[in-house]
Design a protein around this ligand. Structure first.
Ligand code: ADP
Ligand code: MG
Length: 266
């Protein structure tokens, strides 16, 4: 269980997160959604221990602040919104670095398996910087998966924190990446994902947190958070919510009022 209370953050001398309470359960995908600049990335960085600030954060009963870096790297892996690879590493080397960061001993086959999961095994010995933007995004996901390869380690859930993991991907690979996160959660791991695609979120997340101006404005199951009044207010545009016949909640922007809403927001 991930439990955070009264989490604050200040960036550039400005308060960006205000007393955020947050919880996520292993076995589930918990999505953080909200408009640009609402504090999603900052909250994720606080929850992963990558950014300091006021508030208490506990991962599986342990205070994040008390975990030494090596242990933290075994307990959770983080896919940031953007990561640059500055040297001419191969994909194999990049994913192996992730695996080494989290494993106590190298587990043969993990690098290959992590790349196969995101459809990149044929590119394993190519240079990372020769991959397309979307391929690089999937390569980085393979790297963090290889860091916490086992969703359960000695009975303790591992955690994946991913910031906009499907933003650069085509729809087929979006579904593939969501399936990677789904399998990790189904096998007992915890997943916290910053998401922009509300349809994908409704399809895959068990829990959802809506951020607005550095605060949580709603939290619950997708069907509880994805209501027209809540989303229309947060995203400053008129939205209608359709329920898909089989499963989940589907959202379509109403084009006529979208322009109006965005204009009003400026
Ligand atoms: N280094 C920084 N210095 C000052 N303000 C920042 C910095 N990084 C982010 N911010 C501001 O913090 C707010 C939240 O940013 P962020 O968490 O990245 O939003 P989101 O991920 O929801 O788009 C934004 O208003 C952003 O401009
Ligand atoms: Mg962000």
């Amino acid at each position: 269980m991930l439990l955070a209370r009264n989490v604050c953050a200040a960036l550039g001398g400005r308060a960006v997160l205000h007393d955020v309470d947050f919880e996520a359960r292993p076995g589930q995908i918990t999505a953080i959604v909200g408009p640009n600049g609402s504090g999603k990335t900052t909250l994720l960085r606080r929850l992963t221990g990558d950014l300091a600030g006021a508030g208490a954060i506990c991962l599986e009963g342990e205070r994040l602040a008390d975990l030494p870096p090596r242990l933290l790297a075994q307990r959770r892996a983080v896919l940031p919104q953007a990561t640059a690879v500055g040297f001419p590493f191969t994909l194999r080397e990049v994913v192996a670095m992730g695996h080494q960061a989290g494993a106590s001993a190298a587990d043969p086959g993990v690098v290959e398996a992590a790349l196969a999961e995101v459809d990149l095994l044929p590119r394993i010995d190519g240079f990372f910087h020769d991959l397309s933007g979307g391929e690089q995004a999937r390569g980085h996901l393979a790297r963090v998966r290889a860091q916490v390869w086992a969703p359960l380690r000695e009975g303790r859930p591992a955690w994946l924190f991913v910031d906009e993991p499907v933003a650069a991907l085509d729809i087929g690979h979006q579904l593939q990446v969501m399936a990677v996160l789904r399998r990790f959660a189904d096998a007992g791991g915890g997943v916290v994902a910053v998401m922009h695609d509300l349809n994908l979120t409704a399809m895959h997340a068990e829990a959802m947190v809506l951020m607005e101006a550095g605060r949580v404005s709603a939290a619950g199951k997708p069907a509880e958070v994805m209501t027209a009044p809540l989303l229309s207010r947060a995203y400053r545009c008129q939205l209608c919510i359709n329920t898909a016949p089989a499963k989940g909640v589907w959202l379509l922007p109403q084009a006529a009022s979208l322009g109006q809403g965005l204009g009003a927001a400026q």
